[in-house]
Design a binder for this molecule. Structure first.
Ligand SMILES: [Zn+2]
Ligand SMILES: [Zn+2]
Ligand SMILES: [Zn+2]
Length: 251
């Protein structure tokens, strides 16, 4: 199994592999969480291939046991596989025994209301679809109902939708911590804590959401902050080759 030899967004052949993708506090970015007898049961984790040229990121589900039969899906963009699983509300691994929907802000509240209402603006959550053959994830945003007259202008991405060529808004996952209400960048790489308990981070993810079909694609930014860290699962590779430990998309 291999991913495309070049990025399907820009044709670049070099990519960063991040395996696994970590959240802060040593938690992994998980594929699915289902309620179990002992609290939430986490199913699978993600690794990512981030294009070193344009940042387009392909996530792959690893060790993912959906516990249900695969269903027909649109052909996988990586391997053309025709079956997979849909996770209607992709979980953010917030804390031990606590997951939350991944929220994105699609548009701010219109300025004329902002002083009176405050509010979060037009938001949506993310759904993921996992290819049963190769584990590649494709993402969709599920927009929440929101009054059109209260919608401010969506920040426009310079990129177009890879699925339908429609205009996209560019956004970031919103943080769930009450003390950190502002939307924070989701780091691409989160290292182990140092002596002082600080987590090294590098890069940031942003998410383009198509305003026509609501397909969502993740892009890495601040890639100059990334360094090869084999001990932490970060490699810079030429697509089609092998990573040092032979796993992942190049297994
Ligand atoms: Zn690219
Ligand atoms: Zn596939
Ligand atoms: Zn689209």
């Amino acid at each position: 199994m291999s991913i495309h030899d070049v990025c399907r967004g820009c044709g670049h052949a070099v990519a960063w592999i991040v395996r696994p993708v970590r959240e802060r506090n040593d938690r992994l970015m998980i594929v699915e969480s289902t309620p179990g007898a002992d609290g939430e049961a986490h199913r699978g984790w993600y690794e990512a291939a981030v294009c070193a040229g344009c940042g387009l990121t392909q996530f792959f589900a690893r060790d993912y046991d959906a516990g249900r039969a695969a269903q027909p899906i649109d052909p996988c963009r990586e391997c053309s596989g025709m079956t997979g699983w849909t996770i209607a509300e992709a979980p953010d691994n917030v804390d031990t025994d606590r997951v939350a929907p991944m929220h994105l802000r699609l548009a701010p509240v219109k300025f004329k209301f902002s002083l009176m209402l405050g509010g979060t603006g037009w938001r949506g959550t993310l759904a993921a679809r996992i290819c049963a053959s190769c584990g590649a994830a494709s993402w969709f945003c599920r927009p929440e109902d929101y009054p059109a007259e209260d919608k401010g202008a969506s920040p426009r991405s310079k990129r177009v939708c890879l699925r339908c060529q429609g205009a996209c808004t560019t956004t970031r996952l919103e943080d769930h911590d009450a003390e950190q209400k502002n939307a924070l960048s989701r780091a691409i790489f989160v290292g182990k804590p140092n002596f002082f308990g600080f987590y090294g981070e590098g890069g940031a993810f942003e998410v383009d959401v198509c305003l026509s079909c609501f397909a969502a694609d993740w892009y890495g930014t601040k890639l100059n902050e990334l360094r090869e860290r084999p001990d932490d699962g970060v490699y810079r590779i030429t697509r089609g080759g092998d990573t040092p430990d032979g796993g992942g998309p190049y297994r």
